[in-house]
Every structure is written in C-alpha cells, then in structure tokens.
Design a protein around this ligand. Structure first.
Ligand code: PLP
Length: 352
C-alpha cells in the first residue's frame, strides 16, 4: 500500500489512503466520524480548542497519564486540573472526580466555575491506561451532572471495549494515537472519534488550515492548523490495521502468560482487564504489594541487571516542573500506583 501511495504521487496531506484509513477506523471503532490527524496530541489539542477550551480555562485530567494529555490542554492556553486514579482500572476515578467537583465547583449560568481559582472548568479528559478501559460510563455520569463534555484519551486503547463498545466512543469525542510505540502505528499519527457531525466538520476544517473548498482559489477563513495525517502515513496505517486482530491476540496471549507466571508470586499481582471490558493489553503491567518507591526502584534495577527492560509508570504529571503549581485534588491512589506498578516488556513478537 505504501508502494501504491508513492507511485501515485499522493504522499502529502490528504489523498485516497486517508479516507480509506478513516473508513477502516470507523468500522473497527463504530464511531460515526473519524478524522485522521498528524498525532494524538494534535487530535486532542484541536478537539479541546473546538470545544472552546481557551486561555485560563481548566480541564480535568488524571495525574497519572502520559504528558501529552496535559500538554494538549496547555497548547490551548488552558490549565490541567489533576484528579486521582483508581486501582481497578488505573484510570481516572469517577468517585474522586465527583467529590472534587462537589467540593470546589459551582455552576454559574452555563459555566462550571472552580471556586478556588475562579477559572472555568471546560472539559474532562479521562485516559484508558495501558489499554485497559477506564470507568468511562460513571465518569460521563459525573460530567453530565456538572454539564461539561468528556474527551476520551484512547491513545493507547485501539481494540479495547466495554460491553462490546469501543473505547473513545462514549464521550463527546475521543482520540487514538498511532505513534511508533502504540499497537498500530503510522510513524506518527492520531485520529479523533466522534458521533457529533458538527464537531467533525469543524475538526476537518481547522486541521486543514481552514481552507474553504474551491476549485482554484486560496481562501482561508480563520487561524487554523496543518494537523491532518499525510497520505503516505495513512497508507502505512491501512497496512497495519489489516493486522490488528493478529496483534490483539498476540498481546492477549502474552498477558495470559504473564498472568499465570505471576499468579504464584504472592507479593506481585498482574493488572488484569477490568470486569466487563476487553483490553487490548497494549502494555502488560504488574503491581507490587509494597508501594514504597525505593523497593520499586530496586525491583526495576534488578530486572535491568538481569536483562529485562521493565519500566516504571509515568511520574505524576502534577510533579513535572511546568505543572507543579496546577490545581489538584487528593492524589493518593495515583501516587500509590506510581510507586508500585511496573510495566513489563510487551512487544507482540515476544511469544512466537
Ligand atoms: C501516545 C499517547 C498520547 C499522544 O499521542 P502522540 O501520537 O504521541 O501525540 C497521548 N496520551 C497518551 C496516554 C498516550 O499514550
């Protein structure tokens, strides 16, 4: 497919493979609209911008996530507001979210105001961690109660579902990433999933320099971005997607193997997919009984010394220098996860 793409000369922005890749993603996810983007970060940035996140606005994100989740908020001029995670899913905790909003927020007209900072809280971005679906339905219940939209960070969860419904299709919008480390890659790339046609049209317009359709004239009607996925990357994506079910079954078999190995070690538990969900098992992780950072580090060091490239989870975003003064609720469970969860080697070729 990449050959065909090169032969036709349509290597750059848009082209037949972009539409084909979007069609296939619609089939895989069940989303009504899919807009392929240059990266997952670009997908989230543009979605938040389109939903009205602007300078000084707050967006709720889990403290335990990849830095891009918070960066996309900052790219809008917004401020990430960190909320705790739960052990069951490793994702945003619906109860902590509810408690936090009850404590600090109040509705003023159509806006949700953080009474402590005076800022408007514009959206919630839960994340499906390591491919395990988070408690998205309860999170959306809380979001509805407070009248704000949910954008799902499904960057890691292509192929994951809850009762048969694909992650990223529960909220107002969701997005996938096709970075090199994800289950399906386009080199660099992402996609927005949404059932909202107006939002989808806005995203298409703003991601292609807001150029009005015209046979020959260059008319751009607002400040916009060059955020679309190039055709050459989409061709790669089409080829990769045709392998998705094989990749998913390899990840699942590897996870099952890890699970049986760790079942006999009392002080370590395998983080299995949450009840009633299907995880893509993008990354297999285990949780140490102790949540003491030093003992986690000694396990990581021992694994490295033995030639196993195990990794910690991310440092909490709330501790990074650029976000260290951002608003936050209690983060005790996120801290416990940070200090006790270890990511295992999870390449799809590990088992033959
Ligand atoms: C990979 C990833 C992103 C960002 O995607 P890019 O395509 O790398 O920009 C965002 N959030 C999470 C949780 C990710 O793992």
């Amino acid at each position: 497919m990449v050959d065909e793409c090169l032969r036709t000369g349509w290597v750059s922005t848009l082209g037949p493979f972009v539409s084909r890749f979007e069609d296939e993603l619609r089939r895989v996810t069940g989303a009504q609209h899919v807009i392929a983007m240059a990266s997952g970060t670009a997908a989230l940035h543009l979605t938040l911008h389109t939903l009205g996140v602007g300078p000084g606005d707050e967006v709720i994100v889990p403290a335990l996530s990849f830095v891009a989740t918070a960066n996309a908020v900052a790219h809008c001029g917004g401020i990430p507001h960190f909320v705790d995670s739960e052990l069951e899913t490793l994702g945003l905790d619906a109860m902590s979210l509810h408690r936090r909003l009850k404590n600090i927020a109040s509705q003023r007209g159509k806006q949700l105001i953080n009474n402590e900072t005076g800022a408007v809280i514009k959206a919630i971005v839960p994340m499906h961690a390591f491919g395990h679906p988070c408690d998205i339905r309860n999170i959306i219940r809380v979001a509805d109660e407070f009248g704000i939209p949910v954008v799902e960070d499904a960057a890691e969860s292509l192929g994951s579902s809850i009762a048969g419904r694909h992650t990223g299709t529960f909220g107002t919008a969701g997005f996938l990433s096709f970075n090199g480390n994800k289950i399906v890659t386009t080199g660099n790339g992402g996609a927005v999933l949404t059932n909202d046609e107006t939002l989808a049209q806005r995203l298409r317009h703003l991601s292609t320099t807001a150029k009005r359709a015209h046979a020959w004239e260059f008319l751009h009607d607002e400040v916009a971005w060059n955020y679309r996925l190039p055709n050459i990357n989409a061709a790669l994506g089409c080829a990769q997607l045709s392998r998705l079910s094989d990749l998913l079954s390899r990840k699942r078999r590897l996870a099952a193997r890890y699970q049986s190995v760790f079942a006999v070690i009392e002080s370590i538990s395998f983080n299995n997919e949450p009840a009633n969900t299907a995880s893509n098992f993008w990354l297999s992780t285990v949780q140490l009984e102790s949540s003491d950072r030093a003992s986690r580090n000694s396990v990581l060091q021992a694994a490295h010394d033995a030639g196993y490239l195990c990794r910690p989870v991310w440092n909490l975003l709330s501790e990074l220098p650029m976000y260290s003064r951002a608003p936050r609720g209690d983060l005790s469970v996120a801290t416990e996860i940070e200090n006790s969860v270890i990511c295992l080697p999870s390449g799809p070729r590990l088992l033959t």
